[in-house]
Design a protein around this ligand. Structure first.
Ligand SMILES: NC(=O)c1ccc[n+]([C@@H]2O[C@H](COP(=O)([O-])OP(=O)(O)OC[C@H]3O[C@@H](n4cnc5c(N)ncnc54)[C@H](O)[C@@H]3O)[C@@H](O)[C@H]2O)c1
Ligand SMILES: *[C@@H]1O[C@H](CO)[C@@H](O)[C@H](O)[C@H]1NC(C)=O
Ligand SMILES: *[C@@H]1O[C@H](CO)[C@@H](O)[C@H](O)[C@H]1NC(C)=O
Length: 437
């Protein structure tokens, strides 16, 4: 749908103080080859870091087999003050409340879900690595927002098992809302490793820690509508085939669904996968079309609108963030307990998958027309062929299952939702903040 890469290239480099998580797959490699002197220097630094890690790590196995540079380099957790913040953030403040570990809490969906849980008195602890796939200052702004409502976001990686074990040691989470992932379809051609790191290794690591936790939490996690891949039968129903992914992103989400099946089957973990359909709204993701179209239209830059073969329409089932949040909370509230303990299954556990969409696909050209009206600026449209590198021609959710089991009923149409997005965008990027691009 979107010409993501060329637009991503235009996102300015992020402020230095937030730039703590460079891609370990590209940048580091270059650096390490620079010179022998540098190599020696970095070897000493690395040794020093390992020593520091030894001293502060509380776990019995302080040296992971292959410690990712990421977590060694930048994350700093542990200690009584830190544990106190963790406990306080996760404390349940309402009767029948739940305590939820929200991964990806500084992300778009994670921020909204965390805020909603906190508002109704649940305990919420966030976890996020603040990577720079898109402007981390937006993640920091979301973090500040959550902090004001009493949600603490631990800075760390879901693939860090010592950290996750520590979190479960400090808090007996009843639920995990797992939203951390490498999102985006086109970026996989640039950095495939990040999808494997977060969506496969990170997810497995999280499930490993959850299966060993006592009690085991129930897990709700974000899959994606992209698992429907090249399917042409619409609307997409949960029972349709999902074995023809069109991108590595989709393939890792599909893999996640199979991995979820395994952990449910072997260890009795209660697992619910939510297939989100193109989520948009305030505090959204700068790598998504509605967001960078807004930016580029305002700048007078031309925007690329894709069409399929024979002038076929490219359309998306755009789903407003508040509807997605309701679906997430309903999934948490209807999740049954996991049945295992001590890493052993005691009986069959719940395993579910739901579409969370809006059931009304909108052509991308209509999206642009709505934005033009809201921004009162005419877009410079550049019609292009949809490249065959990840995006599918359309998505359309059948949500009758979520309707029946979760009471899910989306209520925001694209026009209404975009109005709220544009209002947020204009206020966020005025007032001294520099534009997103
Ligand atoms: N927004 C959509 O339209 C959409 C559609 C389908 C599925 N999803 C899925 O929903 C979830 C949330 O998406 P979003 O739009 O909020 O994306 P997002 O990128 O804004 O949020 C993901 C967050 O996870 C964090 N993260 C990534 N890898 C991590 C790791 N290894 N350890 C710790 N934190 C990590 C990121 O820093 C980010 O803040 C993702 O799983 C995504 O794949 C989103
Ligand atoms: C994830 O962590 C494990 C254990 O520390 C490590 O072996 C693995 O290399 C990591 N995987 C990725 C893709 O980062
Ligand atoms: C939608 O999915 C339900 C199952 O959840 C199915 O019974 C129904 O036939 C589907 N509707 C369409 C139009 O495909």
């Amino acid at each position: 749908m979107s010409k993501q890469m060329s637009h991503l290239d235009n996102i300015p480099s992020t402020p230095g103080k937030f730039k703590m998580d460079k891609s370990p797959y590209i940048h580091n490699r270059l650096r390490w080859h620079s010179s022998l002197a540098k190599l020696t220097f970095w070897s000493f630094m690395f040794l020093g870091l390992i020593l520091i890690f030894f001293f502060r790590s509380p776990s019995s196995n302080p040296l992971p087999q292959d410690p990712s540079r990421r977590s060694l380099r930048t994350y700093n957790w542990g200690g009584p003050a830190w544990e106190k913040r963790v406990r306080s953030s996760a404390r349940i403040r309402s009767r029948n409340g739940i305590s939820v570990l929200v991964t990806g809490a500084a992300g778009f969906v994670g921020t909204h879900v965390s805020a909603a849980l906190k508002r109704r008195g649940d305990g919420v602890l966030g976890l996020d690595n603040f990577n720079d796939y898109y402007d981390p200052s937006l993640k920091r702004a979301r973090q500040a927002l959550l902090e004001r409502s009493g949600v603490f976001i631990v800075e760390g990686d879901i693939n860090d098992s010592a950290l996750l074990r520590k979190l479960f040691e400090v808090v007996a989470f009843t639920h995990v809302m797992h939203l951390a992932a490498q999102a985006g379809v086109r970026y996989a051609m640039e950095n495939p490793g990040s999808y494997v790191h977060s969506n496969i290794a990170g997810f497995v690591n999280l499930l490993e820690v959850c299966k060993s936790a006592n009690p085991q939490p129930a897990i709700v996690w974000a899959s994606s509508s992209s698992v429907y891949g090249l399917n042409t039968k619409v609307p997409f129903s949960e029972r349709d085939r999902t074995d023809q992914p069109a991108s590595l992103y989709a393939a890792t989400k599909k893999a996640g669904e199979e991995i979820a099946h395994t952990y449910n089957h072997i260890y009795g973990l209660s697992l619910t996968g939510l297939r989100f359909f193109t989520v948009y709204g305030p505090w959204g993701r700068p790598d998504m079309a509605y967001f960078f179209f807004t930016r580029d239209i305002l700048k007078g830059k031309s925007i690329s609108i894709f069409e399929a073969a024979n002038h076929g329409t490219v359309a998306r089932d755009f789903t407003y963030i508040d509807d997605i949040v309701k679906g997430c909370l309903a999934a948490l509230d209807t999740a049954e307990k996991s049945t295992g303990s001590g890493g052993k299954k005691k009986g069959p556990a719940q395993l579910r998958v739901f579409n969370l969409g809006n059931t009304s696909p909108v052509p991308v050209s209509d999206l642009v027309s709505i934005l033009e009206r809201l921004l009162k600026v005419n877009a410079k449209r550049n019609i292009m062929k949809l490249p065959r590198n990840g995006d599918v021609q359309f998505t359309h959710a059948n949500i009758s299952l979520a309707q029946r089991e979760l009471g899910y009923k989306p209520s925001t149409d694209l026009q209404t939702g975009l109005k709220k997005f544009v209002r947020w965008y204009l206020s966020y990027y005025s007032g001294g903040k520099k534009a997103a691009g």
